[in-house]
Design a protein around this ligand. Structure first.
Ligand code: SF4
Length: 412
């Protein structure tokens, strides 16, 4: 193998990191270097949160320490048996790259993951060393997100939380059967054990900060996880159930969904085709319904069809409303917030504006229209001062009436 320079390694290890979805820096604590000490900040000028059209954050230096791995997870391009070109950074090289990119204003922080080299402990030590050096040797105040290795010594996983804003431990697949089949060296109890340890450490850290103002912060942006969608037989209903269980048991900030992408020389146990990207999008929408719209997991699951899949042509909130029409219409001038949040087409901001506006006057359909983007979608589900959807709500073809029109994508 020819020797790679830094740019060559960066090309390989940034490309290899593109399969990681969990890179949004939301929820970072405010920290800056205005006092003249340190470098970087998590907020304020010089920081941009850039998102690609499919919602992925691109403002972090997102790389792997190495794409070599001693494990052989079937779905992963970096697995031991893959013939992909390998590269490896030293911890010092990652530190220098991060500082260099930050100074050039390319990034607001670092997202670091890695294949497993030598052993989980050795790899975790290298990952922690990057964050330690950035924080302690260079007083880096930017955002750091570390992917941790559940099989590593708990003390090393804990050390990641000492230096990073956010840590994540991948659950990998929605079901235990899927994990056993596609990532045989990984173990669900070990992954969940690591998440549980991290949850306890985060709660202890918060508790210490309440009692002692100068207690060190511990993973202030919490922990997250990622699961691959479409590599095994798990349905959307299974995935929603799994995600809600993870939120409840491990106080996760986010569950990221990553649509499985076929890889070169793929193992025969994998599907040949990727799932539609829209499936990933619908799962994110269902996640939003549980986190911000007050839907119970069982309600989101009820929006799925008989095969356990969320419809691709309409969002899960509209699918739920079409299935449970007896919950509608909702009176925009009287209904409580939790019922307004169930109306298709009403987002959290629109509901907030409605609640504020109706204190002063009775709202008409046109008033509501000015606060939303899609009056067509919400008309059958809403009563306003001048509107009552008498026959509309019961029409058999309601689904076709409120469905977004399909648009021909541009070919070039
Ligand atoms: S441990 Fe991670 S990097 Fe290694 S093969 Fe499995 S998914 Fe890929």
């Amino acid at each position: 193998m020819s020797r790679l320079d830094l740019a060559g390694k960066l090309g390989i290890l940034a490309d290899a990191a593109k399969y990681d979805a969990s890179c949004a820096s939301s929820g970072a604590q405010k920290r800056d270097s205005k006092g003249g000490k340190g470098i970087g900040s998590t907020t304020g000028s010089g920081i941009c949160h850039a998102y690609t059209p499919d919602g992925r954050c691109i403002s972090l230096l997102k790389i792997l320490l190495t794409n070599a791995c001693i494990f052989d997870c079937h779905y992963c391009i970096n697995r031991k048996s893959s013939n992909t070109r390998r590269a490896r950074f030293t911890a010092k090289e990652v530190v220098e790259l991060t500082l260099d990119f930050y100074r050039r204003n390319y990034i607001e922080g670092l997202f670091l993951s890695s294949g497993i080299i030598q052993s989980p402990d050795y790899t975790m030590e290298q990952i922690v060393e990057v964050a330690r050096s950035l924080r302690q040797d260079h007083h880096f105040r930017g955002y750091i997100h570390l992917k941790t290795i559940p099989d590593a010594d708990p003390a090393l996983i804990h050390a990641a939380g000492v230096h990073a804003d956010r840590v994540s431990i991948n659950i990998e697949l929605p079901t235990r059967e899927g994990l056993t089949r596609l990532a045989p060296e990984k173990s669900e109890p070990r992954i969940e054990g690591a998440m549980d340890g991290m949850k306890t450490a985060i709660l202890d850290g918060k508790d210490a900060r309440k009692r002692y103002r100068h207690a060190p912060r511990f993973a202030p942006s919490g922990q997250s996880t990622q699961m691959i969608v479409g590599a095994d037989a798990a349905t959307d209903r299974d995935i929603v159930g799994r995600a809600s269980g993870l939120y409840q048991r491990f106080a996760l900030k986010r569950v990221y969904y990553s649509a499985f992408s076929p890889i070169p020389d793929a193992s025969a146990v994998l599907p040949l085709k990727r799932p539609p990207l829209m499936r990933e999008h619908r799962l994110y929408q269902s996640d939003w319904l549980m986190r911000f719209y007050g839907f119970a997991p069982a309600e989101v699951q009820a929006a799925a069809n008989d095969n356990g899949m969320l419809p691709l042509d309409i969002d899960p909130k509209l699918a739920w409303a079409l299935k449970f029409r007896d919950a509608f219409p909702v009176d925009v001038n009287r209904a409580p917030r939790e019922m307004l949040l169930r109306v298709p087409g009403l987002g959290t901001r629109a509901v907030k504006n409605i609640l504020a506006a109706r204190r002063h006057r009775s709202l008409t359909l046109a008033d509501v229209g000015r606060m939303t983007t899609s009056i067509i979608k919400l008309r059958p589900f809403l009563i306003a001062a001048d509107w009552r959807p008498v026959a509309l709500a019961d029409r058999e073809d309601l689904s076709a009436l409120v469905k977004p029109k399909s648009v021909q994508l541009e070919l070039f």
